[in-house]
Design a protein around this ligand. Sequence first.
Ligand code: IFG
Length: 488
Amino acid sequence: MQTHNIIPMPVQMTPGAGAFALDAETAVAYDAPALAAVAEFLAGLLRPATGLPLPVQPATGAQPNRIHFTTGADPELGDEGYELAITPTVVTVRAPQPAGHFYAVQTLRQLLPPAVESSTQQPGPWLLPAGTIRDYPRYGWRSAMLDVARHFFGVADVKRYIDLLALYKFNRLHLHLSDDQGWRIEIKSWPRLAEVGGRTAVGGAPGGYYTQADYAAIVAYAAARHIVIVPEIDMPSHTNAALAAYAELNCDGVARSPYTGVEVGFSSLCVEKEITYRFIDDVLRELAALTPGPYLHIGGDEAHATLDEEYRIFMARVQELVSRHGKRPVGWEEMGKAQMRRDALLQQWRLTPDAADHALSAAAQGAQVILAPANRTYLDMKYDEQTPLGLTWAGYITPEQSYTWEPSTLIPGLDPAAIAGVEAALWAETLVTIADIEYMAFPRLPGIAEIGWSPAGRSWDEYRPRLAAHKPRWDALGVNYYKAPDLE
Ligand code: IFG
């Protein structure tokens, strides 16, 4: 493990002597039925590149030449922690919960040569350096956000992004499902949302939407990788697609025209009309039924067309609707202007003094804060002036800029205990394909995973070569990453 390049950096690593070699007799064993899935996940991951059979079987005692998923871990490791013990004869994985075993798998794959990520057979040897690792995350909320509203990305693209998030131990994917330019989720009680709102996208690009079956497939694929889907229906602004689909949702009773530009803040649901709350309640009910995760994101950003007092009343009322459907409300930082439920989460993104006040106000009411500072974690920002994709309003963000920040001191006065974790947001005004997504996400996304998982006290000088060592892994995975100069 002397020269490991694991991202996120584990809490504790102790090198050992020698290595465990995967070979034709190596088997993957598990002690409890709940661990069969993660054992199979590992074998399925390793078989293509190694060409080894790697049979998966219930453990029958301690046998050599096994990767052994077992129970009896130190409960201090928590729901996502794990312990790895690698000797030349056996690899033992211990974790209190299956999620911990899953994260041990991500570490094991990163201890193997990058070629192990290849989908075709590669020459070995396949050696796991001996040693022990004790690891667990700093924050429980480690998410990426994908904007599928400005441009639509199909199920296969979302699954691909989920695969890449899993490699870096992210545990949530926030899907921005609605905006001015498009509505991306089928709602059976309001069918025109997807039928009409799903027709458009920025610049006249093809639209699209997830049927409820599509969404269920995304949820299941994510769950198998211990990623919770956090669906967002943005409101009261960023709602032109809904206002174009249903005239009655507009204060003047006139349907809006579809919008394919990139302005923000001009739209608003009619907060004075009761039909608006019936609409929201129907949408939240159907979404809650489709979402096993505990969170529903109700947006709340850039409500420039809604009176402040009406905004406050609206966001407080909608939080209650979310709660009545058995979920915890999540909202962008402006929701902090309103009264906050104690079980709500506020997502900090703007860098202004009033934005910090909203986060402090939310925390003072017992809500948690997710940190997504736009000048560090908005992966739709250009790397530099040459970057062909992306925006610049929050400044250029190099891999170093996205890595060198510390959550606990970002907002002066914010109690570190109120920080739920971090999010890397990817807005899609200028992104059209999964290759565009990968270009903006890599190489910056892994660093944000590390900020969410690893202990404080990072240094760019230590991290930079470790990140650079992931390029062959991205090559093997076929990731369309930006060849950043500071990683050459
Ligand atoms: N701000 C808007 C997004 C998107 C973004 C692009 C938030 C919460 C700028 N709202 O970020 O809709 O347009 O960088």
